[in-house]
Design a protein around this ligand. Structure first.
Ligand SMILES: *Cc1c(COP(=O)(O)O)cnc(C)c1O
Length: 389
């Protein structure tokens, strides 16, 4: 656990992105947090040490990342993990067999698989609910409900969940509101402002932003919750290595430069796609045609570069995926380079067919992560790939 300094919370977003949680190296003054590539720390005498004993428990590079992301989200404690999924898994260790968790029905495929295939057999129970509808969430609450987990915008259907409404239901149920903020990033959405208790990320995506590591992080404001998470982080041990922590930290320094460009490119591409394929085919919360655009405008300041399009059939999806040249066919998102993917067979392959059908993750659905290249090149690429479609 790393508690951040109060002054880290007061500066503007860009200043925090670059400086928060970072201190010049005490030995050399190095401005960049060194990669403390060590497993253990020498103690001066029995019981006399600098606060570092063994690197599963604490690592200074990891702590710099934890303080930094906590400051960006407006939280006070951060806990970094080996992946986004390891973060979700570690968060669920806050709970006990018999506890009940309400989860948004459209979440990252790996989140659903973790809950359904690994944690449900261990005795946690889950209700997968359409969190676009607060009354459906309220109706799912039981005496054993300990948490509401949601992802907004959701992957890949771009559903928006009303965070303030979720926080109200969670408070009434004495449950935690846990929000996956991977798609929006703290640059565009700060769930603590709406009453979230825990915010988490796959740092693999926008926070790192360069597609060169796997990681996750959870941040909280409450000291007691932080102490429990610190215990879990050390006791379960799903920690990231110092080099991956350093790469993520290097990424967050430019988050405020990258996100506006992802937003601009995403919106321009979405508008072009609407003209080319028709309004009904394009799902992007930044477009007025998105059914929850007004809510998205209320709780977000921008929309990243994520777009889903419904092409109507696997053959049409394949036509596009086979022809793109600037967009690369790959899982993942949030990097500087544009990616395109087929959720039904890639990121959401682990979701059972009937659930995919119910959610709209069809064989014709294609997901785009617009990078920060020149937007004219992105549109020209999609235009040539759409020829004959
Ligand atoms: C990728 C992703 C995850 C999982 O993160 P990993 O780093 O791949 O383990 C969780 N939530 C969302 C929204 C994601 O996009």
């Amino acid at each position: 656990m790393t508690r951040i300094n109060a002054e880290d919370l007061e500066a503007g977003f860009g200043t925090r992105a670059i400086h928060a949680g970072q201190r010049p190296d005490p030995m050399s003054g190095a401005i960049m947090t060194p990669i403390y590539q060590t497993s253990t720390y020498v103690q001066e005498a029995m019981g006399v040490h600098k606060g570092y004993e063994y690197a599963r428990g604490k690592n200074p590079t990891r702590e710099a990342l934890e303080r930094n992301v906590a400051a960006l989200e407006g939280a006070t404690h951060g806990f970094a993990f080996a992946s986004g999924v390891a973060t979700t898994d570690s968060l669920m260790k806050l709970f006990r067999a018999g506890d009940h968790v309400i989860c948004a029905e459209n979440v990252y495929g790996g989140t659903y698989r973790l809950f359904d295939r690994l944690l449900q057999p261990l005795g946690l129970s889950f209700s997968f609910v359409d969190t676009r509808d607060p009354s459906a969430v309220r109706a799912a609450v039981t005496a054993r409900t300990v948490a509401i987990v949601c992802e907004t915008p959701s992957n890949p259907m771009m559903r928006i969940t009303d965070l303030a409404a979720m926080a109200e239901i969670a408070r009434a149920a004495r449950a935690l509101l846990i929000v996956d903020n991977t798609f929006a990033t703290p640059f565009f959405q700060r769930p603590f402002d709406f009453g979230a208790d825990v915010v988490y990320h796959s740092t693999t995506k926008y926070l790192n932003g360069h597609s060169d590591m796997i990681g996750g992080i959870a941040v909280v404001r409450d000291d007691e919750l932080a102490a429990r998470l610190q215990f879990i982080q050390n006791a379960a041990g799903a920690v990231p290595g110092p080099f991956d922590s350093w790469l993520a930290l290097r990424g967050t320094k430019t988050l405020h430069l990258r996100m506006p460009r992802h937003h601009e490119n995403g919106l321009a591409v979405a508008q072009w796609l609407e003209r080319r394929l028709g309004e009904a085919a394009v799902v992007c919360p930044g477009l007025p045609s998105h059914p929850q655009h007004a809510l998205a405008m209320r709780q977000m300041q921008g929309f990243s570069g994520m777009i889903s399009i419904e092409l109507g059939s696997k053959a049409r999806a394949k036509h596009l995926l086979d022809r793109v040249r600037v967009f690369s066919l790959a899982e993942s998102l949030g990097g500087v380079e544009s990616l395109i993917s087929h959720p039904a067979t890639m990121t959401h392959a682990s979701v059972p067919a009937e659930r995919k059908a119910m959610l709209g993750i069809s064989d014709g659905l294609v997901r785009l992560s617009c990078g920060v290249e020149d937007v004219a090149d992105l549109i020209a690429d999609l235009s040539q790939a759409c020829d004959g479609l």
